[in-house]
Design a protein around this ligand. Structure first.
Ligand SMILES: [Zn+2]
Length: 303
């Protein structure tokens, strides 16, 4: 296990560390090297763009403490990290309102309960607009199809309710497949001239049959065959972090199975509503939709 702070990658805008402020004697100030932009400003806040992940270190040397965060009404579980820290990953949803928001952290320990409060400045991301033309019956849904789509959406949302107490991941996150990004996270979609929901993941084009690998260790929480997303796999990585892999031609895992980082989950395809073979890669983090590439930039060490 390394004790020195992890190196900061060059694409540091994707990574943000919160420098903890002194609020009680059990929380000494900890300065974590970070990108210039993510250092607290004169008014003490840190900043992150819509769709980014914040990695939060809180110096607490009581491993039995219970630490929970709250950000925009979303609960954030914290977990022991090293001997003297708790850590948490906070997602800024792609549509969270720009401006200053509070991140509050509650620490229950042998010495009582402490409340920490930080300001996070959410910066607007400049999303692109993507125009798509698709078969009419896959855009203007009939009543039966609409009912199916709503049921599938509800099913998927329910899979995110299980919040594991500990992270299951093991070192840095990987890309699930090599290919060309053809559908950018957050892009505003205009389909057949109609404004639709923004794109909540990354689309990576690759030949049909290309193996899709797990971006990190996790448990298969669900496999699906949905109208829009086709054949897909949802992996639970613990502490409210889920990765999703859609439009597969083939699923090679089953629910409940533990998957190692890099293990094949299935193959690239164009099942569901897709214009060609590609992987839709999505991340759900405690109620927020996150840019998947903000996870691969997390400076996690192999322990
Ligand atoms: Zn997509």
């Amino acid at each position: 296990m390394t004790t020195s702070p992890p190196p900061i990658p060059s694409v540091s805008w994707k990574i943000l560390f919160v420098v903890c402020l002194l609020l009680a004697s059990i929380f000494p100030i900890q300065i974590v090297p970070s990108a210039e932009r993510s250092r607290p400003g004169a008014n003490g806040h840190v900043s992150g763009k819509q769709g980014e992940v914040l990695w939060i270190n809180v110096p607490i040397s009581q491993p039995k403490a219970k630490v929970n965060g709250l950000f925009l009404k979303r609960k954030i579980p914290f977990f022991p990290h090293g001997d003297t820290n708790f850590a948490g990953i906070v997602g800024i949803d792609m549509e969270d309102p720009p401006g200053i928001q509070e991140l509050s952290i509650t620490v229950h320990s042998d010495t009582g309960t402490d409340h920490l409060s930080y300001s996070v400045l959410i910066i607007r991301e400049d999303y692109t607009v993507q125009h798509l033309t698709l078969p009419k019956n896959t855009v203007d849904l009939d009543a039966k199809t609409l009912k199916r789509v709503l049921k599938e959406k509800k099913e998927l949302t329910e899979t995110f309710h299980h919040i594991g107490a500990r992270p299951l991941w093991d070192g840095p996150f990987l890309e699930p497949v090599n290919g060309k990004v053809t559908g950018v996270f957050g892009s505003r979609r205009v389909i057949n001239g109609q404004s639709r929901n923004p794109h909540s993941g990354e689309d990576i084009a690759a030949p049909k049959g290309t193996p899709v690998q797990a971006i990190n260790k996790g448990v298969v929480v669900k496999t699906v065959d949905h109208f829009f997303s086709g054949k897909g796999v949802v992996l639970d990585h613990g502490v409210g972090l889920f990765s999703m892999y859609f439009h597969l031609s083939e699923i090679d895992v089953t629910s409940g199975q533990t998957i190692q980082k890099g293990e094949a989950l299935g193959k690239v395809g164009s099942s569901g509503r897709a214009t060609g073979p590609h992987l839709h890669w999505g991340i759900h983090l405690n109620g927020s939709r996150i840019n998947p590439y903000s996870l691969t930039s997390l400076p996690l060490s192999n322990e």
